[in-house]
Design a protein around this ligand. Sequence first.
Ligand code: GLV
Length: 317
Amino acid sequence: MKKILITRRLLRTCEDKAKEIFNADLNLNDELYSQQKLIELSKGCDGILSSLTDKLDAETINKLPDSIKIISNFAVGFGNIDLDAAKNKGIAVTNTPDVLTDATAEIGILLILGACRRASEGIESARQGGWKWSADYLIGKQLTGSRLGILGMGRIGQKIAKIAKSLGMIIHYHNRSKLSEDKEQGATYHDNLKSLLSVSDVLSVCCPASKETVDMINKETLEYLPKGAVVTNVARGDIIEDEAMIDALDRRKVYAVGLDVYKNEPNLNPGYLKHKSAFILPHLGSATKDTRTAMANLAIDNLDEYFKTGDCQNKVN
Ligand code: GLV
């Protein structure tokens, strides 16, 4: 039986499944392992089932025991893992695509709605009670008829586009390449970021974090947006330069943000907290029972497939 380290708790049924297939070391206290502890606990293991909270940088990967052949990440994103370092050490890295598309797109839509319709301020007022209704009280931005710019039209971007279109939004997108017409569903393609941002009343960041996309939304590119645009991010915090975004909120260049992901999670930049127009969530993209179950089962299947065949359809390096 192969031995694996599962770095964080999974839903009970998924841990049971892992224990049936592998000699699985569980993290019963759901402690956030330091890099050193993770290296020590990996001794004697053949694989690691990691989470996005594990920082598997080059230094950590290089110190993993040679017995580790695969890191199966319990996430579609894999910005927490240095893919090249893993490859150089002969470690396969896998992710969990598809199964979280719907849940994450739902949160993407919630961010758009929450930011455009001033949900943070509304929730606070309702909780306090005694608000004074008036014709211009907490007036927000209407989605119907607004232009939605999708940065990264992968699976999640396409699902957000589909729902947003049904809400009456007009869809534009920028991607490395133009999609086929059936995937585009009437959306307008922009072959560069500037062109997309210049028509985005609302921006939805959906692209993976990579060396190319880090700080893509920055001091310079924010200026391409129409004044009073809304910016949402359901992908990874690394894509937005926080100081520039907070400055754009201060200047009202950006009307509101809707964020589920941050640089340096869970310690988001405190500059966001002073803005009532920031609709912020604690990385809930895939947080439904069905989706977390499907993700964990896929992460387990990825390990099993790799151990059995030496390859895996969800290998990303
Ligand atoms: C969630 O953020 C994921 O990448 O799965």
